[in-house]
Design a protein around this ligand. Sequence first.
Ligand code: NAD
Ligand code: TYD
Length: 369
Amino acid sequence: METMSPAREAGGRAGLNLIAPLSILNNSMVKLFITGGAGFIGSAFIRLALAEIPGCHVVNFDALTYAGNLDNLSGIDQSRHRFVRGDICDREAVGAVLAEGADAIINFAAESHVDRSIASADEFLRTNILGTQVLLDAARAAGVRRFVQVSTDEVMGSLPEDDNTFFTEASPFEPNSPYSASKAAAEHLVRAAHHTFGLDTVVTRCGNNYGPRQFPEKFLPLMLSNAMRDESIPLYGDGRNVRDWIYVEDHCRAILMVLQKGRTGEAYNVGARNERRNIEVAQSVLTALGKPHTLIRHVKDRPGHDRRYAIDPTKIETELGWRPHETWETGLQKTIQWYADNDEWVARARSGDYREYYAKQYGTEAGAN
Ligand code: NAD
Ligand code: TYD
């Protein structure tokens, strides 16, 4: 009697790569297990999922590290959202919550800041690699139908400057920072779980997100919160590094589409065709705020600083019909408005540990010029 390999059964690499018949968005009762949902992108995803899928219930599993903030979830329908404080590396805790059932896992939980990974990589290896494996094992044990890994374009390394090359899904992995190396390792584990055990997995690789509720250690919210207080903006090196910027809700829409109809075992690059040099981004922010460009302060470059990220999103556009809704101008305006309206959130984020981090990273106090 012919037996099918698990991967073939799942329509995976060894099989036909069928579109997964999930129809998760049409399901009147769907339960999503979301990790890292108190962070920047995870919380935006929860907002979107609850708004777009009326029968959607979310379990939000988050350790509440310095980057996690329950305020990020204010105003959502709490009757369809359950928060569980927990560490994705804790097998018992993850297993206990998943034993209550979940249709899909979407893994946002990570240590996400390159500069912190350069200062110390330990937590990155633990959460991003070990944590992902714990979730993959738990997904199999609990019979979860689909596992979505939220990855990054940074696993593909750096592109040459002023060149017409882009990251495609076939680009080789060439991670250059401890952060991107840990995310690449996590992707390998996701691939292995699919190939070896037939777990239904999909991966998204997105570029630099911006939007409301991003912790102000990342470039865009750091610039906004500093400039709004007339403090200088630290620009690494010559400021000519290129990033491919996307509004956070557009990234979340892509994840929702991939969850629903992405092909099993596949990865999808997500980008809004919006390459900008850091110096241009800094200038746009200052102009939009009506602040002088003299606030830009060139500081020591980041070690190993990737020169250029640029994403070719053709696959997700053509296969899944995804398109960004926001332009750079509309997205930036919405972001600036949110930071202007939520100064208390910013002030809280900039207090406590942040001050110590800032002093170490920039050799000056947050709030000093
Ligand atoms: P973030 O740092 O804002 O949030 C991370 C969240 O994960 C926080 O709420 C934190 O408390 C939680 N967390 C950390 N360690 C945990 C652990 N061990 N167990 C449970 N929860 C834990 O990050 P973000 O910017 O929202 O990024 C979310 C995901 O998207 C990450 O996987 C990141 O690699 C990926 N990504 C981010 C970007 C970007 O531009 N921010 C771009 C592409 C991909
Ligand atoms: P960041 O937001 O840390 O994202 P990533 O490193 O994942 O792309 O940084 C975005 C770009 O901005 C990157 O080229 C580094 C640069 N940058 C600065 O110039 N100054 C800063 O203070 C920070 C945090 C980043």
